[in-house]
Design a protein around this ligand. Sequence first.
Ligand code: SF4
Length: 293
Amino acid sequence: MRSVILSAGKSCFTVCPGCYNHFGRTVVDTPRVLGFAAGLCDRFGLDKITVGGGDPLSRPDIIPLLTGLHGLGLRIHLDTVGTAFLGSARIRFMGSGVAERVPPGEVAAVADLVGIPLDGSTDAVQQRFRRHVTVSSQLAVLSLLDGVGARVCVNTVVHAGNLADVVGIARLLEGHPCIKEWQLFQFMPIGPLGHRNRERYRIGGDDFRRAADLALARAPEEVTVTAKSAGGRKHRYLLIDSAGLVWAPEQSRTPSWQNEDANDRRDVVGVLTDPDILDRVARLEDVGQRVPA
Ligand code: SF4
């Protein structure tokens, strides 16, 4: 089935003007999330789930949620900016207040892969996409994860503002044994913010392929490089917001990226507690499978 991305939190420790996401306003109870995830396992054979932004570490019961998903037999990829690994962390986007520190070892014990963003080798480049996040904070997070034996995937959104910095980012990956993978994502002009600010970030497929080739040539030998183009990600995601709304980006039926795919709209499938939610997901899956990969 599609990759399932669960927004565990409703807030973030950073502000990304190119954010792809539609945020929920509340946080649905963990038992309800686990019930839905169990249904996806039974009906569709789901074996992996990505727990992503709104930042999972902003959710107060993130460890019980991860433990519950792990108990269902799911492989867990957790994507976080990582700020709350370092100490209590200020909420910067979609909320206010402070999130408590989350022990990185407790996350590493149940997450198969921890995704940490690095979008530039200098603060100026890094903050073109992720405000308030510094290069030194990200390297400190990576060092903490080295220390607890986590497996890490560094995630880079490749956009017009960091295309020239791929080699610089590659250099920062050296000396961190926790880093197993480097994923490069071509910026997708979707979501309320990503679509509104698309001209600032958009790059074409040729530029992305060149950046990916450079990453492959310059990444440390032991790090696997994966390039994810915008077209290659069409019809590949099922998202659940923090409030339990199940959705997918609204995208055309053709396999390659089209101008109309750059939009701020989404197809809402339902709420994860709807009695027929799994049937609705199945209908969305049918549509996705009719689109050639
Ligand atoms: S791109 Fe991710 S980290 Fe940035 S604001 Fe959106 S959900 Fe949060």
